[in-house]
Design a protein around this ligand. Structure first.
Ligand code: SAH
Length: 209
């Protein structure tokens, strides 16, 4: 599969319709976020291992999540599960230089891998911590995204979301999760399902035991 075949597939099936999201995908080279031995598969629509039981998610999944977050220029975004840094890179482009992406990663080696991959992205901060309780330091955020499977929606995370704001997380058990989009607006909370996905499990204080 080639980069442009993926774009064609998303457009002709109305999976990704947001032009800015497609432009961000064109700008970020996925091959710079994967291990060298998988280079030939950079644009296959599959997740790829990045070590430490983590994966860079499948492009279609990343794009659905990115589009669902409805990023506006200047947004302050929190990601839990930096992994390779690829998702953070897309969000960085969408929020622009006035925005900021804080991304948390539990595993030191992966945080270092991501920092290396993201050297050129000035509006991203990679933080090597357990992000299962969010990151109060810079809260509240316009957007919060878990790119890792979460057992349940924690109030302490929703408290770190602005009004209006969007929270996105795959909620379920360790094997299958429903991608839930939570919209906070005028003190109301609305939940919507975006379908079933498979992510690696969240570890740490509010993760899977
Ligand atoms: N968004 C990534 C893929 C994430 S894979 C990308 O674009 O490549 C999920 C990641 O979540 C893994 O790297 C895993 O180590 C990390 N993770 C698991 N539990 C975590 C926690 N409690 N806090 C922060 N990161 C966590």
């Amino acid at each position: 599969m080639q980069k442009y075949s993926l774009i064609k597939y998303w457009q002709s099936n109305n999976i990704i319709t947001d032009q800015e999201v497609l432009t961000a995908f064109k700008k970020v080279e996925r091959e710079n976020f994967i291990l060298k031995r998988y280079i030939k598969q950079a644009y296959e629509d599959i997740p790829l291992p990045i070590g430490f039981n983590a994966t860079i998610s499948q492009p279609t999944t990343v794009m659905i999540m990115t589009q669902s977050l409805e990023v506006k220029k200047g947004n302050k975004i929190l990601e839990i599960g930096t992994g390779s840094g690829y998702q953070a890179a897309l969000l960085s482009i969408l929020t622009g230089e006035k925005g900021k992406v804080y991304t948390t990663e539990l595993i030191k080696e992966l945080a270092d891998f991501a920092k290396q991959n993201l050297k050129e992205y000035k509006n991203i901060e990679v933080i090597n911590i357990d992000g299962s309780a969010g990151y109060k330091k810079h809260a509240p955020y316009d957007k919060i995204i878990f790119t890792v499977a979460v057992p349940k929606i924690e109030n302490l995370i929703l408290e770190q979301l602005k009004d209006p704001g969007i929270y996105l997380a795959p909620i379920g058990d360790e094997y299958s999760q429903e991608l839930i989009k939570v919209t906070k607006k005028d003190f109301q909370i609305k939940k919507e399902s975006l379908g079933y996905f498979q992510f690696v499990p969240l570890k740490g204080k509010y993760g899977f035991k």
